[in-house]
Design a protein around this ligand. Structure first.
Ligand code: GLN
Length: 291
């Protein structure tokens, strides 16, 4: 049975699960069993454990929602978007179509910050996140640097609203401010840490991205211009005068961009530039220091 044959209120959980696995397998989803379990659990509001313990229970009124979630997943929509939630650095974030779905590899920036600023964890640091999106990065950083204050900037008003509600939900509203803005334009003050996960996909590569990304992440958060480096050419020079002496800049980068971004860092007057790898072993972050 595939999702084409409608799930009914009388369909048992185990049957529904088998149906979702088949459907997901047929449309090439990588880990159909895992995703079927999460989809069923999220749509029916039943914990994964309960699905295992009571597989013979009927879906009841959840059947329609299970069917809707499964059809959307089968059409390529990521589960995080269907559910509207994503975990990042152990914190829960709400996401909307106007923000990039936070990726595990972006946690590399948090790790790099903890390493390079390990002696300053107790200080009242000031942190800036350019292109704050959902707010995942600034919230993760403020959760680790417990005396720090943060500013998050985004050019999208819709994204800024999502970031504000996530800052609040994480209990960080007292230490974070979300502003509308075009990268560093109009900002003043001094920051000890500036981070960004900017759009870095070369425009011509956008069509080649997996459909989960291409059809569901906002283009504004992906499109890095002809060579993918447009945002770094704005962010790096603009950040230099906003960093306090010895302050760090950390940006996420895409595949093959390390040498170019390291060169932009050097041209922009940064020192001690280096790269950090993500869990897949790819250069994912360029970190550089203000002299
Ligand atoms: N990491 C994203 C991808 O899946 C790109 C995000 C970005 O451009 N910052 O390609």
């Amino acid at each position: 049975m595939t999702i084409g044959a409608a799930l009914r209120a009388s369909t048992r959980r185990a049957e529904a699960l088998a149906c979702l696995v088949e459907t997901f397998k047929a449309c090439g989803i990588e880990d159909p069993k895992r995703e079927a379990g999460i989809t069923l659990s999220a749509a029916s509001g039943v914990s994964p454990i309960a699905l295992i313990v009571a597989p013979q229970e009927p879906l009841g009124s959840a059947a329609r929602k299970v069917e809707e979630f499964a059809a959307r997943r089968a059409a390529g929509e990521p589960l995080s978007r269907i559910v509207g939630k994503r975990e990042f650095w152990g914190l829960d974030f709400t996401i909307s179509p106007q923000v990039l779905d936070p990726r595990p590899e972006t946690e590399t920036i948090v790790e790099a910050s903890l390493r390079l600023l390990r002696d300053r964890r107790e200080e009242p640091l000031s942190i800036l996140d350019l292109g704050v999106g959902s707010g995942a990065l600034i919230c993760a950083l403020l959760s680790e640097f417990v005396h720090a204050r943060g500013v998050g900037v985004d050019v999208s008003a819709a994204a800024a609203n999502v970031a504000r509600s996530n800052v609040e939900a994480c209990g960080l509203a007292g230490r974070a401010e979300i502003r509308l803005g075009d990268w560093t334009r109009g900002l003043d003050g001094r920051f000890d840490l500036i981070v960004s996960n900017p759009p870095y996909v070369p425009s011509a590569d956008l069509l080649r991205l997996p459909r989960e990304v291409r059809n569901f992440d906002p283009r504004l958060a992906l499109d890095g211009g002809i060579d993918g480096l447009d945002a770094y050419r704005r962010i790096l020079p603009g950040s230099r005068s906003l960093l306090s002496g010895g302050g760090w800049l950390m940006v996420e980068i895409g595949a093959g961009q390390a040498a170019d971004v390291l060169a932009i860092a050097e041209q922009s007057g940064f020192v001690d530039a280096s790269t950090d790898k993500d869990l897949a072993g790819l250069d994912r972050v360029v970190a550089a220091r203000s002299p």
